[in-house]
Design a protein around this ligand. Structure first.
Ligand code: FAD
Length: 500
């Protein structure tokens, strides 16, 4: 069959479903009818709260007003993730957004910094990141697009209530003509000749057909797995956490502009400050701790009164073997789940949507195009997976069976090579244009977890050390002064009509 796509049915209305609806409606405009079916009764996961900076581009792309979006989703700003007790108990480091140092003018920042550090001529790593300094100071401000400005590196993302984000996007989408259908999908009907999905059947007997289906049904993967049997690649041998218990608690004190990730006996706990409450969750490995004990640990480590019952979620880390199969594209949890450590799930919904638009099909559904989408997105996801595994692999903790297991586990060759390259001579590199995490991210986590290069690139030993040291001192001073002048986080949100 050929001809353009005329109808898209999104199945599932969680964060992924409504992000898809917003992006597809906005981009395909009047040419394609976009509908979404969801079941109020089944509900959504709704625990995702932390994001990464490209979400800003997504919100701009779908035409959201930032201040309204922040009020509607109770959002706050995020400049970093702070890791507590990961390398060792008592150790704390920051993974800031943006870069270290002044940018490319001094060459590879880490080489210069390490060369000078060997002579005791530079301050700690955090002095050279504006986002790290802003996290420590509890301050935020607008990023300056001028590359010469110190605030050019001040990248921010959001903490928000993912349930409210889905609800807000629904309101926006319905206002723009996306049809929402309430109903529970009970059957998926495939064409006999090639297995393409023809229609879905709802509990009340209604049948809904479309040219292209987007599976956003969460962990169930109703179409991609239930009907098309795409298969799942299990990564639990690298990422063994498989459950999370979550609870919101009362907000105490000023809201922090960073996610706090604290390593615990059998996993780690998140703490995320929103406008109206603090989100908390313990992500753990059920081989190493019972559900009740995990719940107790979480409740014992809240800084405010719990505001609801705890919720336990189960998952298997990994990815769908094929993200796009025939006329079904999976997005969000139906396409896989790395785990929430680096806040990349919502980002991968966005990445999948951008790739889908770049590889947008017609009704012939070119297998070459579909394969290219799957390869590209698969690579992107694997690079993120490696980065997340690094956090466990590089621990020096040996105090509990969980930490001993992850410290000793085999890692993917792709990750082992990168760790060795850094250990050997502080070499950092990005694998390709589609890799999300930058050299700065790899540096923050490798160095933060205690990996120390044996040497640095000798080239940096030949350079004018006095000049390099003065350059870094200047960067540090400028960042210190710039952060000093930034407003406090809450004051900034309130002054900009972002607080509700
Ligand atoms: P869901 O929210 O599960 O939505 C599924 C939708 O499908 C619902 O609307 C449901 O009603 C519908 N549906 C299912 N079956 C049927 C049916 N039979 N008929 C009709 N409708 C149906 N991501 C981040 O980016 N940052 C984070 O900090 C983060 N933290 C997380 C913490 C945990 C513990 C977990 C588990 C996830 C976290 N995530 C995070 C992931 C994030 O929550 C999800 O990626 C995001 O919410 C998208 O979910 P979804 O829309 O794919 O699935």
């Amino acid at each position: 069959m050929s001809g353009p796509i005329r109808t898209i049915l999104i199945v599932g209305g969680g964060t992924a479903g409504w992000m898809a609806a917003a992006a597809l409606q906005r981009t395909l405009g009047p040419h394609v009818k976009v509908s979404l079916v969801e079941s109020e009764e089944i509900g959504i996961v709704g625990v995702g709260e932390a994001t990464v900076p490209p979400i800003r581009d997504f919100n701009v792309m779908i035409g959201l007003d930032e201040a309204e979006f922040m009020r509607e989703t109770k959002a706050t700003l995020k400049v970093a993730i702070v890791f507590q007790d990961w390398g060792q108990v008592g150790n704390r480091y920051t993974h800031p957004f943006g870069t270290f140092g002044p940018g490319p003018t001094l060459g590879d920042f880490q080489q210069t910094w390490l060369a000078l550090q060997a002579q005791d001529r530079v301050g700690p790593l955090g002095d050279y990141s504006i986002c790290w300094r802003a996290a420590d100071a509890g301050k935020v401000g607008p990023r300056d697009p001028d590359p010469r400005s110190p605030r050019n590196g001040l990248f921010t993302a959001y903490h928000f209530d993912a349930g409210l984000y889905a609800r807000y996007l629904r309101k926006v989408c319905e206002g723009r003509g996306v049809e929402r259908i309430e109903g529970k999908v009970v059957d998926v009907v495939q064409r006999a000749r090639d297995g393409f999905v023809d229609s879905i059947t709802l509990e009340d007997g209604r049948s809904l057909s479309a040219d292209l289906f987007i599976d956003c049904t969460g962990f169930r993967g109703l179409l991609i797995e239930g009907a098309l049997k795409a298969g799942y690649e299990d990564w639990s041998h690298w990422l063994p956490v498989d459950r999370a218990v979550a609870v919101p608690c009362a907000k105490v004190g000023p809201v922090t502009p960073y996610t706090l990730s604290t390593a615990r006996e059998a996993g780690w706990q998140w703490r995320i400050g929103l406008q109206h409450r603090t989100g908390n969750g313990y992500v753990y490995c059920s081989d190493h701790i019972e559900d009740d004990a995990a719940r107790e640990t979480l409740l014992a480590n809240l800084d405010g009164e719990p505001l609801a019952e705890t919720r336990t979620l189960r998952f298997v880390t990994g990815r769908r073997k094929t993200y796009w199969d025939r006329n079904v594209v999976s997005l969000g949890l139906s396409s896989g789940f790395i785990e929430p450590l680096e806040s990349t799930s919502i980002h991968l919904v966005q990445a999948g949507l951008i790739r889908l638009l770049q590889h947008f099909p017609d009704r012939s559904f070119s297998p070459v195009n579909i394969a290219a989408y799957n390869t590209r997105l698969g690579r992107e996801v694997e690079l993120i997976r490696d980065f997340v595994i690094l956090h466990y692999h590089a621990t020096q903790r040996a105090d509990t069976p969980f930490w001993r297991q992850v410290a000793a586990m085999p890692i993917p060759d792709s990750l082992a090579e990168r760790v060795e390259a850094f250990r050997d001579r502080a070499l950092l590199y990005q694998v390709g244009a589609d890799e999300y995490f930058s050299q700065a991210s790899w540096l923050a986590v490798m160095y933060g977890q205690g990996i120390r290069p044996r040497m640095f690139n000798p080239l940096y030993g030949y350079s004018d050390q006095d000049r390099a040291a003065a350059g870094l001192r200047n960067v540090s001073d400028v960042f210190a002064r710039t952060v000093e002048a930034l407003p406090e986080h809450e004051a900034f949100l309130k002054a900009n009509n972002m607080w509700s």
